[in-house]
Design a protein around this ligand. Structure first.
Ligand SMILES: [Zn+2]
Length: 225
């Protein structure tokens, strides 16, 4: 039974564990995990098409072991869905970080990121983890990558974007600073965002142990605590 999100001290304890640096190095070792190229793929065209979902973005999502169904892909690349997503992306600056005070405007209910999310999930039926990965590809500093493994490790519930926004800002940006330290310690590539470092650490820590049904969660952070 889940008892709700991990608290900030637990999160910092996971990040402080020495496995975090070695897991990050392992993740970005050449040829180890395709997801390590999620940000890097097609860097040249990304700057030109920051508000447009392109075929390369759909391939980037596949690097994270997710797949946009063909019908939705067509609608994104040459249909009305793509135009509507672009309308929302245009309202979101590329530079805004999820830990910035202003981030809330974009991610809260009816904000442009939330509207893009609803277009993909409620209107078009895309699975939440896949929609999140697609939006993370377009706005990597603002929208976190999140899947069942990370949700289980964090004992997460709906509302992840706002939850992470608040935790990044808590205690004088303690978590945000810790992620930046990890970036330096593990030589994480510059194009990888701080919130992606967060995702990778929790995913790497739990992916080997995660069970689809009745998973006890991250070792040491079970409901008994
Ligand atoms: Zn699990």
């Amino acid at each position: 039974m889940s008892i709700g999100w991990l608290g900030l001290p637990d999160i910092i304890a996971v990040l402080d564990d020495e496995r975090s640096v070695s897991d990050l190095r392992r993740y970005f070792a050449p040829g180890a995990f395709t997801g390590s190229q999620f940000e890097a793929l097609g860097t040249a065209s990304k700057a030109l098409h920051r508000d447009v979902v392109e075929a390369e973005d759909l391939i980037a999502v596949e690097l994270l072991n997710a797949r946009v169904p063909a019908g939705v892909a067509l609608d994104l690349l040459q249909g009305d869905l793509g135009l509507r997503i672009s309308d929302e992306l245009r309202k979101i600056p590329l530079a805004v970080n999820l830990g910035d005070k202003t981030a809330k405007t974009y991610i809260e209910d009816r904000g442009p990121a939330d509207r893009a999310w609803r277009l993909l999930t409620e209107h078009r039926g895309l699975k939440k983890a896949i929609a999140g990965k697609l939006l993370a590809r377009k706005r990597p500093k603002l929208i976190p990558v999140y899947d069942d493994v990370v949700a289980c490790a964090l004992r997460g519930r709906p509302g992840y974007w706002l939850w992470l926004h608040e935790h990044l800002r808590a205690e004088d940006l303690r978590l945000a600073h810790r992620l930046r330290n990890l970036r330096v310690q593990a030589d994480v590539p510059a194009e990888v965002s701080d919130i992606r470092i967060f995702d990778i650490v929790f995913w790497m820590r739990h992916q080997g142990d995660h069970q689809r049904r009745r998973c006890p969660g991250l070792a040491g952070f079970g409901p008994s605590l």
